[in-house]
Design a protein around this ligand. Structure first.
Ligand SMILES: [Cu+2]
Length: 202
């Protein structure tokens, strides 16, 4: 009698376990279906965007990051003219940005930031010889870049968000760098290592 009861309990437990795993399989199937639907929807919205982006999109976040870094490096060397030409290139990179692969939230963020960033790049481009004014725009451009990178990614290279407490009339300002060492674009050769590393963006 004891044995029969014991056997029953084991049987019931095994059955319950089976049911559990069956349920899990069923849930997973549903998950897969949901994912497939999402993918199908994403696919169709990409197709719609393609017609628009095909005409004008030639640059990616990678080009934007690379050009921004050229601009930043010109400032670390106090080279106003190099900063100006990089500024103009950055403006072009924003204008030709390819939105085709962006998700809806990424595209929304890009729309919010790109016009502002592009305007700062343009001012830097048009103010060769006036590095003080160029650097004022670089404060705001760098903020925009930090937002962009947060949402669109780092373009394939590890980046660093640095902070200089002396820039911006002592209010402080951030910049994005490709080097772990501090090379300050706001103070240039006067105080090249002023600032702190705030964040590594992998
Ligand atoms: Cu200006």
């Amino acid at each position: 009698m004891k044995n029969i009861f014991f056997g029953f309990v084991i049987g019931a437990t095994t059955l319950a376990a089976c049911n559990d795993s069956n349920n899990k399989v069923a849930e997973n199937k549903n998950d897969n279906r949901d994912t497939a639907q999402v993918k199908a929807q994403a696919g169709s919205s990409t197709a719609t965007t393609a017609t628009v982006a095909e005409v004008k999109g030639t640059t990616s976040i990678k080009e934007i990051v690379t050009t921004y870094l050229q601009l930043k490096n010109a400032f670390t060397k106090d080279n106003s003219n190099d900063a100006a030409s990089a500024g103009t290139s950055l403006q072009t990179a924003f204008k030709n940005f390819d939105k085709i692969a962006l998700t809806a939230p990424q595209e929304k963020l890009f729309e919010e930031v790109a016009d502002d960033a592009s305007e700062h790049a343009e001012h830097i481009g048009k103010n060769g010889g006036n590095i003080v004014h160029q650097r004022e725009h670089f404060i705001m451009l760098s903020k925009d870049m930090a937002d962009l990178i947060k949402t669109l990614g780092n373009g394939g290279q590890t980046l660093y968000k640095d902070f200089c407490p002396m820039a911006n009339d002592g209010k402080g300002a951030i910049w994005i760098s490709e080097t772990k060492d501090i090379k300050n674009p706001y103070l240039g050769k006067a105080m090249p290592t002023c600032g702190t590393l705030k964040e590594e963006i992998k």
